[in-house]
Design a protein around this ligand. Structure first.
Ligand code: SF4
Length: 204
């Protein structure tokens, strides 16, 4: 995680975002309309990390504003979490053409921005949405179908892999699985609620 001082974390988050919107580090910059840095509460206890922007996100420059994002907002509301209270971003900040999977070199090129955001926000809980975010932040060896809804404690943060909302968009049985994941997320949030957010110094 980047060693960033608390008092300036919101400003540093904005600085990271100013770098993202003009970034040309990988080939995704050539086909994007807008980079999508992420948005939300810079002091959030919960950070949600998806895979990559889609068409709606690319058009608006905002994360999770398409159909999958609307489902995510609904499912968060069902567990009593307001979207404005969390921070939402993606592993890669620019849309892969045709919504293909992000490639390893693209994920690697964008990783500093994601780690910088985590360092600034210092969430108690990170929910990874789908396998790419889980492989990037938790472990490349995990299978999402086996570990979704379970949590892992690494570097002072609880990580909970859950299915991506796009996985459940058109399938009611899958939506039930995602609701189970959201309930597991809620339990984890409740368990961590009493604990203060760690300072960067405490994490190191
Ligand atoms: S995906 Fe990330 S590394 Fe690639 S151009 Fe966009 S912001 Fe830069």
């Amino acid at each position: 995680m980047c060693p960033l001082p608390t008092a300036q974390s919101a400003d540093l988050l904005e600085w990271i975002h100013s770098l993202v919107v003009v970034c040309r580090r990988c080939q995704l910059s050539q086909s994007r309309r807008n980079a999508v840095p992420g948005e939300g509460n810079p002091n959030a206890s919960l950070l949600l990390v998806g895979e990559a922007p889609g068409a709606a996100e690319d058009s608006q420059g905002r994360p999770f504003v398409g159909a999958a994002g609307q489902l995510l907002t609904t499912l968060l509301a069902e567990i009593g979490v307001k979207r404005t209270d969390v921070f939402i971003t993606n592993v890669v900040k620019c849309r892969p053409p045709g919504n293909r999977d992000p490639q390893e070199d693209e994920i690697a090129a964008c990783n500093d921005y994601l780690l910088g955001q985590i360092g600034c926000i210092r969430p108690k809980v990170i929910a990874t949405l789908g396998r790419h975010a889980m492989h990037t932040l938790v472990s490349p060896d995990l299978s999402i179908s086996r570990v979704h809804g379970k949590h892992f404690f690494q570097q002072g943060i609880f990580f909970i892999p859950i299915f991506h909302p796009a996985f459940a968009l058109h399938d009611e049985s899958r939506r039930g699985l995602l609701r189970d994941d959201m309930r597991a997320l809620k339990r984890l949030l409740n368990e961590t609620q009493a604990e203060p957010k760690q300072t960067q110094t405490e994490k190191e």
